[in-house]
Write a protein that binds this ligand. Structure first.
Ligand code: IMP
Ligand code: MG
Length: 177
């Protein structure tokens, strides 16, 4: 693998396709075991998680459903700051075993705002599967049970992750040089 350019920035190879595939399959096996007989509902957060979600879901061999949602953030009228809402969520989540699929947990802000909105809907259980997490960047209390890779606090692109909307199509993960 050689360096790539996305817009004005140069990136170096970081996690190759085979390593990604192996790790994602291992996560799926874990989920297959943990959710046997529970008919989980995966909620993949667009746009970033689409590639991870596809590969993970293909390796899920128990009865399961998947739905894709987009999180929109808008300024609240109170001092609580931004409010995150889910667009495209049509299923009832009541009594469901829900697994949220995310591309990366950085500060944890997004999920720390979104997960409580799911929790109040009377789920049977709620877990997070994130391909990447940056432990050094974490500022909010977010727990992901299924994590592909812990990575340093450096910007990455590829495999669904973008830099200014570009780079999502790159089939492996690259790190800012
Ligand atoms: P958080 O709310 O700070 O955890 O940020 C999560 C979101 O920020 C992710 O879903 C990504 O869209 C974006 N993000 C964070 N770090 C990166 C990165 O290194 N590359 C690409 N996107 C990132
Ligand atoms: Mg994202």
């Amino acid at each position: 693998m050689s360096n790539i350019k996305v817009l004005d920035l140069e990136f170096v190879p970081y996690i190759d396709e085979i390593t990604l595939a192996n790790r994602i399959n291992a996560l799926a096996q874990q989920i297959n075991n943990d959710f046997e007989g529970k008919n989980p509902l995966f909620l993949a957060i667009l746009n970033g998680s689409f590639m991870f979600a596809a590969d993970l879901f293909k390796a899920i061999h128990i009865p399961a459903q998947i739905s894709f949602i987009k999180l929109a953030s808008y300024k609240g009228t109170t001092s609580t700051g931004n409010i995150v809402t889910a667009i495209g969520l049509e299923e009832s989540l009541k009594d469901r075993h829900v697994i949220v699929i995310e591309d990366i947990i950085d500060t944890g802000k997004t999920l720390s705002e979104f997960l409580p909105q799911l929790s109040i809907q009377g789920l049977a259980s709620l877990e997070v599967a994130s391909l990447l997490i940056k432990p050094a960047a974490l500022q909010y209390d977010v727990k992901a049970k299924y994590v592909g890779f812990e990575i340093p606090n450096k910007f990455v692109v590829g495999f669904g992750l973008d830099y200014d909307g570009y780079g999502r199509n790159i089939p492996a993960i690259y790190q800012l040089k």
